[in-house]
Design a protein around this ligand. Structure first.
Ligand code: UT7
Length: 336
């Protein structure tokens, strides 16, 4: 059976670690509030001269080494990001140029926190149908440059952060379905009626005659807005629901999954998800404490982190589940 499998992983966070204490000075917040309400202690912020594709490049290079492939084997790039280098063209194009892969097509996946899982599903379909053999998938964000760094934005700005995680998804011939490494299932959902619960309103074409005017910045429309409690309540419902769906589609039970990676939005959300699935804490890998919420990057960054710690190992059955802007939610089951 022709299938897709994760052949390599890479991750990268920019060197500058920002502790909650540093935010106390600008956001009318406290280290204690942030830790209690989100679990976050530090996050990383990119330097002014660094763009999203620079972080993606670092993670991609590590994933290429981990997979042991030649750069020229990559025949497609999928970049999951809501924060590309520029509005047009998509960030995947800058990554493609930096990697030096002229002619290789790229896709832009803009499903925010669910972006990596959406991208994994896309890669899976291209490989299973025989159209592509080796796809670079990157989840990457620079959120720090989109945040309202005044007390007005404190509920949102303490959470989001910068980082990248990459995976090399390769074609494989599965001989033993119970043991071989391959993607068993992916499940994708969206509900656009909640689009304005977590969004950046401006600039945009639905705002009148002008796409961008200075007042949009004054009014804070260029920053990320979140109906926090609403997002929280949907996240704790949809992430376990879709994880169960992905297990059912993979013909596997939750108990057979060795390790879970949930989108890292808030440690309390991950704890709720684990509780509703009946999981002991050691069966999931959380990284929000040190990386914050890196949107599309949290899951691949978490997998890379677990790999470095020796927690993620070849042969394990893995469950991943995400929820975010859109609203979108998605999950996958694969043997690593
Ligand atoms: O990744 C995409 C999906 N995103 C998420 O899933 C995030 C979901 N939401 C959350 O994680 C949480 O709702 C937050 C961490 C954003 C907020 O936590 P909360 O417990 O829901 O707080 P809240 O918004 O209900 O605010 C509680 C209080 C308010 O004060 P009053 O009205 O009770 O006096 C806020 O003004 O906490 C205050 N507050 C803060 N205080 C100190 C809000 N943000 C802060 C802050 N520092 N940064």
């Amino acid at each position: 059976m022709l299938a897709a499998h994760i052949a390599g992983l890479g991750g990268y966070v920019p060197p500058r670690a920002v502790h909650n204490k540093e935010l106390e000075k600008i956001l009318d917040t406290t280290d204690e509030w942030i830790q209690q309400r989100t679990g976050i202690v530090t996050r990383h912020w990119a330097a002014p001269d660094v763009g999203t594709s620079d972080l993606a490049l670092e993670a991609a290079q590590r994933a290429i080494v981990d997979a042991g492939i030649a750069l020229t084997e990559i025949d497609m790039i999928i970049m999951a990001s809501s924060t590309p280098d520029h509005d047009i063209p998509g960030g995947g194009c800058f990554l493609q140029a930096k990697l030096g892969l002229p002619g290789v097509p790229y896709f832009e996946v803009k499903q925010a926190c669910s972006g990596f899982v959406y991208g994994l599903s896309l890669a899976d379909q291209f490989i299973k149908t025989g159209h592509k053999k080796c796809i670079l998938l990157v989840g990457v964000e620079i959120q720090s440059k989109l945040l309202d760094m005044t007390p007005r934005g404190r509920a949102v700005s303490v959470i989001f952060a910068d980082g990248a995680g990459a995976a090399i998804i390769k074609a494989t011939e599965v001989k033993d379905k119970a043991k071989d490494s391959y993607i068993h299932s992916t499940v994708l959902h969206a509900d656009g009626s909640f689009a304005k619960e977590l969004w950046i309103p401006a600039p945009g074409t639905a705002l009148g005659a002008a796409r961008i005017i200075p007042k949009m910045e004054e009014d804070g429309l260029v920053y990320l807005h979140m109906n926090a409690r609403h997002v929280f309540s949907h996240a704790v419902t949809k992430m376990p629901e879709v994880m169960k769906e992905a297990c059912a589609l993979a013909n596997t039970g939750l108990e057979q999954i060795d390790l879970f990676f949930f989108h890292q939005a808030n440690l309390r959300i991950s704890d709720h998800v684990a509780e509703s699935l009946g999981l002991k804490p050691e069966r999931m890998h959380n990284t929000i404490q040190k990386y914050g919420n890196t949107t599309a990057a949290t899951i691949p960054l978490g997998m890379w982190d677990a790999l470095k710690e020796g927690k993620l190992k070849r042969g394990q059955l893995i469950g991943i589940s995400a929820f975010g802007a859109g609203f979108t939610w998605a999950a996958a089951v694969f043997r690593y």
